[in-house]
Design a binder for this molecule. Structure first.
Ligand code: SF4
Length: 243
């Protein structure tokens, strides 16, 4: 779900233009939180509760951009009352004071997961123009200390060929510093493959994993748990809950 469609940042690899959504300027396709909630609650496939639908915010926008943040907070405040697992991914810095009231509403471990996204540290200025700098962004991991039930992950997505892997040492230090697990995400783009992505109205395809992808997963798995998508950690927690 998205409180806006489009993004003010301009990441070189972003899939939004494939979906005819604009980058690099203020999006004007704002959606009211009430309309999103009504849509969700009346959707025939929506299942409420811990074992229900995984709610993901911000596949088609930057949910923590200044222009979206208050709507995202309002939406989170409501969604947490449903007790479904919720996930948000961002390339912005989330300050503790912005999210404290939300954290107070978490009642089970895994109910809210925050994915701090990055495809490069050293070449951020070139490939992630308009986003918050990775060093600033990664300070969001301090939120882990605020609420033990909050899950936080480093989200390496997409793996940029010959770029992301150059920062493997920096990512490793980050993982050790904050004691976090990692999602090394699959790449979605318009190149037709056998696997259609679950986002993107059937215009996005999941690309085959590269040698860089495999090597990053292998190296990081010596330090932490490495997942290949954001759903896996939630499913693992729910499996444990169900014994
Ligand atoms: S921050 Fe996310 S939505 Fe915005 S341009 Fe970058 S990849 Fe696209």
């Amino acid at each position: 779900m998205n409180t806006n469609l489009g993004c003010r940042s301009n990441c070189s690899y972003c899939y939004l233009p494939i979906l005819d959504l604009k980058l690099g300027k203020v999006p004007n396709q704002e959606k009211s939180v009430t309309s999103i909630i009504n849509y969700l609650l009346s959707h025939p496939l929506f299942i409420q509760g811990k074992q229900g639908t995984i709610l993901s915010i911000g596949c088609y926008s930057e949910c923590w951009d200044e222009i979206n943040k208050s709507a995202t907070i309002e939406l989170l405040n409501f969604l947490l009352t449903l007790e479904n697992p919720i996930q948000i991914a961002t390339k912005q810095f989330i300050h503790q004071k912005e999210i404290r009231s939300i954290l107070d509403k978490i009642v089970w471990c895994g109910q809210l997961s925050i994915y701090i996204s990055s495809a490069t540290i050293s070449f951020w200025n070139k490939y992630e123009k308009g986003t918050c700098s990775p060093l600033e962004r990664f300070k969001s991991f301090n939120l882990k200390k605020e609420k033990k039930e909050l899950l936080m992950f480093l989200y390496l997505k997409p793996v940029l060929e010959n770029i992301t892997i150059k920062d493997i040492e920096l990512y490793s230090s980050l993982i050790e510093k904050y004691d976090i697990d990692v999602i090394v995400g699959e790449t979605f783009n318009a190149k037709v493959s056998e696997k259609i992505s679950s986002v993107g109205d059937e215009k996005l395809y999941i690309q085959d994993t590269s040698d860089d992808y495999k090597n990053i997963c292998k190296d990081l798995s010596n330090l932490c748990i490495v997942y290949s998508n954001s759903i896996e950690p939630i499913e693992k927690i729910r499996e444990k809950m169900n014994g």
